[in-house]
Design a binder for this molecule. Sequence first.
Ligand code: BES
Ligand code: ZN
Ligand code: MN
Length: 498
Amino acid sequence: MEFSIKSGSPEKQRSACVVVGVFESRRLTLAAELLDKAAGGYIGDIVRRGDMEGKSGTTLLLHKVPGTLCDRVLLVGLGKEKDFREKEFTQAIRAAIKALHETGALDASIFLTELAVKKHDIAWRIRQTVIAARDATYRFEQFKSKKDENRRSLRRLTLGVERRNELAQAEEALIQGQAIAAGMALAKDLGNLPANVCNPAYLASRAQALADELGLECEILERADMEKLGMNALLSVANGARQPPKLIVLGYRGARINDKPLVLIGKGITFDSGGISLKPGADMDEMKYDMCGAASVLGALAAAARMKLSLNLKAIIPASENMPGGNASRPGDIVTSLSGQTIEILNTDAEGRLLLCDALSYAERFDPDTVIDVATLTGACAVALGGVASGLFANRDNLARDLIAAGDEAHDRVWHLPLWDDYQELLKSPFADMANVGGRWAGAVTAACFLSRFAKKFDWAHLDIAGTAWKSGKDKGATGRPVALLAHYLLQRAGKLN
Ligand code: BES
Ligand code: ZN
Ligand code: MN
């Protein structure tokens, strides 16, 4: 879908469909009122008769509205005016896009972007509109012999801006929204790909392709390189797999050479069978999503590059399968991580932290300003927070605060969980410096505590996205989270958010 910005009145749009909002209790929005005036009260009449009551999520398509230049008018219910917030705004956009897709309209002008949303400016409305529109129309049909073609009718969407002096800001936000939406689509595609296609080598090739496209630095470390470095924790995960592991390192330079980089690390387990600590069979197919951390880091980096943020960034993606082969790690095995700390592997299904701990140590060489790792790390986090919030852990409170704010702004929210020392006790091992699991309780916290032991040398945050990176059930699929959160954090770090 193509997007553009325009300031102008709705009755003068020549597009195939003009989209305006109606509040509950029949209050027309400004754009709807302008149309109504041009149409001699035609819309007001329809609303008064009760055919469009303004309930949130409802739509009504009108043809040949007199006094207008467009073929159709789509009325979108917005709910009660006093309750109109960010959630209602996004819902209205989604309802509009869904309804537009069911019409024959190839292009539309949407005036919902003119509506005031508490605490948010025009830039937010434009970004969120683009993100919601692309999210609502996303399909993963690569492996379908018959594509669902008629749903692709809408090609162009013009976003209305009320005041001309908002145009410049809106144009910049449009680029941001498109960059973030593209990053999310990439993350969804990679997440949805089956593990027989999306293996570590495939992830590396997609990273390389992205680097070529966007002018990023890209380096792929092979097993032998990792052996030389001593990344034995990471390698212990790959031992059971036929597919060789890869360590993908990408770089984006948008700031001066001596500005310390922000480092994003993404868990890239392309399939998590559990290894020798084999997972139960039910829903095991969903473990193809265990590389969504990696996918979201790629998506966020791509977004930052397309937004041309003045930041220096690195992405580190440890990629491997977790399989139960003859050479797989056994429960009880002890490995020496890149940091020198030894780990007793009590459960081979707690493999994410083994990859990530070596990636965290590897990050030290970049002398990072901040390190954020993103991982589908624990079922416990999904149990605690469900699909609403990602788990957030940080060794600096101001970093946690910034990420919470970015998540709120992006509506890709996180909830701060503790890293208190009391929990570290649970990782004690009689034989090594630590065990890789902390037992039954507080699983998301003990996993984060484990990682914190490898993140002492920099400001660090960890996002557990096990509950938020994909949806189960009949509409199962990757969500593209937390690309929007990361992108908004980077926007904020680059001074691009108010
Ligand atoms: N990839 C899983 C976490 C996961 C589970 C994500 C369910 C999404 C849905 C991770 O590698 C894992 O298996 N974690 C274990 C840790 C346990 C062995 C301490 C878990 O959560 O059960
Ligand atoms: Zn896993
Ligand atoms: Mn696992």
